[in-house]
Write a protein that binds this ligand. Structure first.
Ligand code: C5P
Length: 315
């Protein structure tokens, strides 16, 4: 009998992204603190009678061929597990694409989780993460989501106490799409590590941020604002050092957000998305409204942090 399921695949933001080394494989060693947010795609999976993998997406710019990460995830599962047969995948996009929010990665994570469930493969989280790492650096995080430390090239995940319900504004310039490969290659070409211009250990704020997040788990909800305030002061992203000089519109967006007195503002991943931490959802709505009114070509979403990755889609 053919079975189907619908999954909710959340976006991520980076509270912290530090490049700590150039790797011989062309990638970079990273220290990232990643956070899932309640802005999600819906991924529907259906077993079919044939052996074919068919991917549909309702966003015109998402490729529907083998370059689509969800398609690659399904092929990887078929190669690894001979029992996995034909599948139809429908992606309903809400997460902006090429935005530094891991939209493609989270859809691929949903395909891995969904196929494991549909064919009852019984994979553990580490096994799913190992498969995910073969497809892309952000995909292992997307499987379990929440709040996590990601090291290596991003695929080594250490869970951190989840920080849920912090209000976030996500803003994206409509006409800027940044290639992640371009951002990292530009960072390397500029010699920002080789010239000893990396952050000094005294400026490495990841440990401090992890301590703030760890302490947050013992606090009541009333203290959330305190945690968010401390977190906002520690936000850091090395890729801003190459992306901001190339894109004045993102600098302007950061300035416009900062003028609304949020708790913190940072570019997410390789951009072009910039997020702000707000005091609460009402404050987040005000910030979003004023940024959209003040700047042309900005799309904004009001959302919040969540403590989970791929989950069942509940209507
Ligand atoms: O792993 P993923 O395919 O998502 O990475 C996209 C691109 O980002 C890579 O091709 C690489 O150029 C760059 N990257 C990197 N170091 C990382 C992660 C990504 O240089 N740790």
């Amino acid at each position: 009998m053919s079975k189907s399921l619908s999954l909710k695949a959340p976006a991520k933001i980076n509270f912290y992204l530090q490049i700590t080394g150039n790797r011989p494989d062309g990638y970079h060693d990273l220290v990232m603190i990643m956070q899932s947010v309640d802005l999600s795609d819906r991924v529907d999976l259906r077993q079919t009678a044939s052996e074919a993998i068919v991917v549909h997406c309702d966003h015109p710019q998402v490729p529907q061929d083998r370059t689509n990460l969800a398609d690659r995830a399904a092929h990887l599962m078929q190669q690894r597990f001979p029992s996995v047969g034909g599948i139809e995948i429908k992606i309903h996009k809400n997460i902006p694409i090429a935005a530094g929010l891991a939209g493609g990665s989270t859809d691929a994570a949903a395909v891995l989780v969904g196929i494991d469930r549909l064919w009852q493969l019984g994979l553990t989280q580490p096994e799913l993460r190992e498969l995910a790492a073969q497809l892309g650096s952000d995909i292992p995080f997307c499987i379990s989501g929440g709040t996590a430390l990601a090291t290596g090239r991003g695929e080594v995940i250490t869970p951190v106490a989840d920080l849920a319900d912090v209000a976030i504004v996500i803003c994206k310039p409509k006409d800027i799409a940044i290639s992640t490969a371009w951002a990292y290659q530009t960072f390397r070409a500029a010699g920002l590590l080789a010239q000893g211009k990396q952050l000094q250990p005294s400026h490495d704020r990841s440990s401090e941020m992890l301590a703030v997040l760890e302490a947050a788990k013992d606090k009541h909800n009333q203290a959330l604002i305190e945690v968010a305030t401390q977190l906002g002061q520690l936000l850091y992203n090395d890729l801003e050092r190459v992306v901001l000089p190339a894109h004045p519109a993102i600098v302007q967006l950061k300035q416009q957000l900062q003028a609304q007195a949020p708790l913190g503002v940072l570019m997410s991943g390789s951009g072009a998305t910039v997020f702000a931490i707000a005091r609460d959802l009402e404050h987040a709505r005000q910030i979003a409204k004023s940024v959209v009114a003040g700047l042309p070509n900005i799309e904004a979403w009001v959302t919040k942090t969540i403590g989970n990755g791929i989950q069942d889609f509940l209507d």
